[in-house]
Design a protein around this ligand. Structure first.
Ligand code: BG6
Length: 498
């Protein structure tokens, strides 16, 4: 592996390990995992003696590698890997052909794990649908592959972690019977976004923000993920999930905990997660009679985005024509503690909106008295916006004087891009794979956090499960019924990204 160009990258070096991808023939492997491993290898964050072992069924090693190569061209063209570099990477790769239900697969996997300098570290990445997690953990457990007597053994799983509180508790119970909680890495790729981590650095390494970060100065907070894509090929999952489960219960509530938490005593996995869980425990349970005022559900109809004509959700392949699954969800939460009493946290997400923008908007209270205006527009409330993507960075919206002989005010935006050169920003999967290899679980969800966030949204899930209709919005527009009402008493109203 000496020839793959190594460019220096910040980050703790990792120990050599066997990186086992279960479900290595799937989409996640070729879209995210392989490009991230190659980038990590290039910049020295993946040890060059590591091994990549794909577990999949019914393919030759060559066929599998060809599909991965095509995936690099399709999904990671910016990596520009040449033939020689690719063959050096593939020399690290081996394959176990097998069914995840069969004992023999785990026996073959055991034989494929290689001691490197006498230590057999292994990461088992479950790139498969969640129904397989317990089967895999069971197979690893039976053959002793999860024993950490000669190296670390870590298991990575992807959301959804259950579909409601009960199934999440069951999944946690089953996994914890087979593995130690410290071996389970529940990945939430939003926490791997560098700009999300930057939020913590901004909050806790600058002294000017913290004094303002509370109910005395902040009117409300919006945390959003607008997407212009539809459900792509995932009708089967999405019909059961909907936007509330898909994005709010997981990604956006995780981001909310980082925005709202108290400073941890140290930057370690448990110290950070102890503070996050306190936030979730303080979220006010939404009473059934308030759900219609505090939660919005809507589904995209047909429309246009960038001159492309878009079909309605119910016309997507695999979606039932009378589906009421929500492709847009918004929820207004309250956190009952000293810092946040009375400050709404409004989390919203939707597909087929005009743009793909994800951000955190901290909207401050309006100035108490308008000194300048008598007849023109009053100054607008200040906002601090953390852009998670695209164009990661921070913007502070202020009021300033209009040029000329006037004291009329105008909106001024001070922008600080997170990186001058977007290429420096690591992909979330690189960050998180690196953390798994170094054993840093700070950015992974702990079992109690997952269960707590399900219990918060459970009343909404229950209220929505028997609905027979859903509001519609036109694809490519912000005309989502109910959203303006959700922000009714909030300074500046709904912030539609642009
Ligand atoms: C996934 C959801 O977890 O996150 C998808 O299942 C969604 O529906 C995706 O499109 C959004 O991720 P990102 O990083 O593109 O905002």
């Amino acid at each position: 592996m000496k020839n793959i160009e190594v460019s220096a990258c910040l980050g703790e070096p990792t120990e050599p390990a066997n990186i086992v991808i279960l479900g290595a023939g799937g989409d996640l492997t070729k879209r995210k995992l392989i490009p991230s491993l190659i980038k990590m290898l290039r910049c020295g964050l993946l040890h060059s003696e590591s091994r990549v072992i794909g577990v999949l069924k019914g393919r030759s090693r060559e066929g599998w590698l060809d599909a991965l190569h095509q995936g690099m061209l399709d999904y990671a063209p910016d990596i520009k890997i040449n033939d020689q570099q690719w063959s050096e990477f593939t020399a690290m790769c081996s394959m176990v052909d097998g069914d995840l239900q069969e004992e023999k697969t785990y026996q073959d996997l055991e034989a494929a794990l290689e001691p490197i300098h006498g230590v057999t570290n292994a990461v088992f990445y479950c790139a498969v649908p969640p129904r397989w997690y317990t089967t895999i953990a069971g197979g690893l457990h039976r053959l002793g592959l999860a024993h950490e007597d000669n190296g670390f053994r870590r298991v990575v799983i992807e959301k959804p972690f259950g579909m409601n509180l009960e199934s999440a508790q069951q999944l946690n119970r089953e996994l914890q019977e087979l593995l130690n909680e410290s071996q389970i890495y529940r990945i939430d790729h939003y926490l791997g976004k560098e700009s999300v981590q930057n939020l913590l650095v901004y909050r806790f390494s600058n002294s000017i923000l913290e004094p303002l970060w509370n109910r005395n100065f902040i009117d409300h907070i919006q945390i959003s993920a607008a997407e212009s894509i539809g459900i792509e090929y995932r009708a089967n999952y999405y019909e059961k999930s909907g936007a509330l489960r898909d994005m709010i219960q997981s990604h956006l509530m995780q981001v909310m905990t980082l925005v709202a938490m108290e400073p941890p005593v140290e930057f370690t996995a448990d110290a950070v997660r102890d503070e996050k869980i306190k936030v979730l425990r303080a979220v006010r349970q939404i009473e059934t009679e308030n759900i219609k005022n505090q939660a919005v559900a809507a589904q995209y109809g047909s429309g246009h985005i960038d001159d492309e004509s878009i079909k309605a959700y119910v016309a997507e392949d695999g979606v039932s024509v009378d589906s009421v699954a929500e492709t847009f969800a918004g929820v207004r939460f309250h956190i009952d503690n000293w810092r946040w009493q009375g400050v709404p946290f409004i989390l919203w997400t939707g597909k087929r909106l005009p743009e793909r923008v994800s951000e955190i908007v901290i909207r401050f209270r309006k100035p108490p008295f308008n000194l300048f205006d008598t007849h023109s527009n009053p100054p607008l409330p200040n906002s601090l916006v953390f852009r998670l993507h695209p164009d990661e960075g921070i913007a502070l919206r202020m009021n300033a004087k209009m040029p000329g002989l006037t004291t009329d005010t105008q909106r001024m935006v001070m922008r600080a891009p997170y990186s001058e050169n977007g290429e420096d920003v690591s992909d979330a999967y690189e960050v998180l794979l690196h953390d798994v290899l170094t054993g840093d679980a700070t950015l992974f969800s702990r079992a109690d956090e997952v269960e707590e966030s399900w219990s918060i949204i459970e009343p909404i899930l229950n209220a929505w499960k028997d609905r027979i209709s859903v509001e519609r919005y036109r694809s490519g527009t912000w005309d989502v019924p109910g959203m303006d009402a959700l922000f009714e008493d909030c300074e500046g109203g709904w912030h539609k990204p642009s």
